[in-house]
Design a protein. Structure first.
Length: 461
């Protein structure tokens, strides 16, 4: 219970989808935010006689949900959108690595602003970035990304990535865009020590995140896992994204990706992997047994023709699954709320057809599922008393949604809903579909300028 001196925001008269363990919903209910916590949520009007109410919001015509949680992204790709649009993953990487290898601190900061702004104005309250490109002499890239999230006011996890397998070693990245094994581990440890906050209401956390089986050595994977567990942080990487990756792992390691990950210490409840498209029954059972999480990225998987992940089978087996935008060079919209719809629709093209996912399962993937995957299910992901005040109000009474009786169905099946208000840690960051913490128009200009500068540098090289 918050102290009586807490400043309170009262939200009333809205439909509420709590996404708690029982999927409790209220056709017309209230939320009370006390400082950075949810003090109460329930049916009807808020309790009378509350002290220090600094604001009352009549949210008639709205649906309140937990803030969306993004579990996989590459912010720097905001300034390389719209390129290699007809490529599969490996060809796309070959086409874009020479450009990505020339990013610098200014580009990375501006690209992070663009990526975060697009997600935040669409209901994301917790974001993550898997940044793994650290060209020699490029500056403080990790710090620039963390600074952008702090300026935006978004809760954030930096997955400090790394690569040490370059072209000369049979990998894809240029030689000057990778780190040494020792350098990657040392820089990752320093990033954790400087920026990771383990507290309940942390706004910034750091994970250890070597990029992928085909861009890092076995030693970096194994020692990265040991480092993460010594420091008490989570682990993240790409896994089982394409059939080409599966073939690569069998040729190089004599086993499939899941078995390879297990052999290097990369299965466990402190691990989550992006994509996991090509998983057989044994792979899914191993993830379920170890509680290894999955970041499902339906739009990116479709954009790169990677395939349809077996999300319904994962969920039935007990695998934690959240949603990810993925980098905006493979999902140019950069929005997570559209992934609710895309996850539902794309999975219905798979073996389970119309029984694959429903609207409430899709919403859970984008909220509580994401919180599970990031290791923060006790703090965020559902609207419950005592949890952090990360709340979104979706406007559901406009032309786009007003004739759909069920607001959760309207949110997931319908057009992207406007965000009237988004709160992170009790602080409002979106007001009537506009960011209030940063200048969207200035970010648009700077992202265009940095995209053009990067293109010029890459062309000259």
């Amino acid at each position: 219970m918050a102290p009586s001196a807490a400043q309170r925001i009262v939200i009333e008269n809205c439909a509420i989808a709590t996404v708690d363990a029982g999927d409790t919903e209220y056709a017309s209910g209230h939320l009370v935010l006390a400082d950075n916590r949810i003090e109460s949520v329930g049916a009807g009007q808020a309790p009378r006689g509350l002290e220090n109410v600094v604001r009352r919001i009549d949210a008639s015509g709205h649906l309140a949900t937990p803030g969306l949680v993004n579990t996989h992204h590459h912010f720097y790709q905001w300034i390389t959108r719209g390129l290699a649009t007809d490529h599969n993953l490996f060809n796309w990487l070959v086409a874009l690595y020479p450009t990505w290898a020339r990013i610098d601190e200014q580009m990375t900061h501006v690209a992070a602003q663009g990526s975060l702004a697009m997600m935040a104005r669409g209901g994301v309250t917790t974001a993550m970035d898997h940044h793994y490109v650290y060209p020699h002499g490029s500056g403080d890239l990790s710090g620039s990304i963390i600074r952008a999230a702090a300026e935006m006011g978004v809760r954030f996890t930096l997955a400090r990535g790394s690569m040490d397998r370059s072209e000369k070693d049979g990998g894809l990245p240029p030689d000057f865009a990778v780190e040494t094994l020792e350098g990657a581990l040392a820089a990752t440890e320093e990033t954790v020590k400087q920026h990771h906050d383990a507290s309940f209401d942390a706004m910034t956390q750091v994970a250890v995140a070597p990029c992928s089986p085909f861009s890092v050595s076995t030693e970096l994977l194994r020692e990265g896992a040991q480092l993460a567990r010594r420091l008490g942080v989570r682990l993240h990487t790409h896994g089982s994204e394409t059939v080409e990756e599966e073939k690569f792992c069998h040729e190089l390691f004599g086993m499939g990706p899941t078995d390879y990950f297990e052999s290097t210490g990369w299965l466990g409840e402190d691990v989550w992997m992006a994509h996991c498209v090509h998983m057989n029954d044994s792979d899914i059972a191993a993830f379920a047994r170890t509680k290894t999480g999955v970041a499902h990225c339906p739009s990116s998987n479709a954009r790169l023709a990677a395939g349809i992940a077996r999300v319904p089978d994962m969920l039935r087996a007990g695998v934690p699954v959240g949603l990810g935008v993925d980098g905006t060079a493979s999902n140019e919209s950069g929005e997570l709320h559209t992934e609710l719809r895309n996850a539902l629709l794309i999975n219905r093209l798979g073996a389970h057809r119309e029984a694959a996912l429903n609207a409430r399962q899709a919403l859970r993937l984008g909220t509580f599922g994401g919180a599970q995957v990031l290791g923060r299910a006790e703090q965020i992901g559902s609207l419950e008393a005592g949890k952090l005040a990360d709340v979104v109000l979706w406007k559901m009474d406009t032309l786009a949604h007003a004739s759909i009786a069920d607001p959760v169905t309207a949110l997931v099946f319908g057009a992207a809903a406007p965000v009237t208000a988004s709160f992170v840690n009790g602080r409002q960051i979106v007001d009537n579909d506009r960011l209030v913490t940063v200048d969207e128009d200035a970010i648009a200009r700077s992202t265009r300028e940095e995209a053009q500068r990067l293109a010029r540098i890459a062309a000259q090289a």
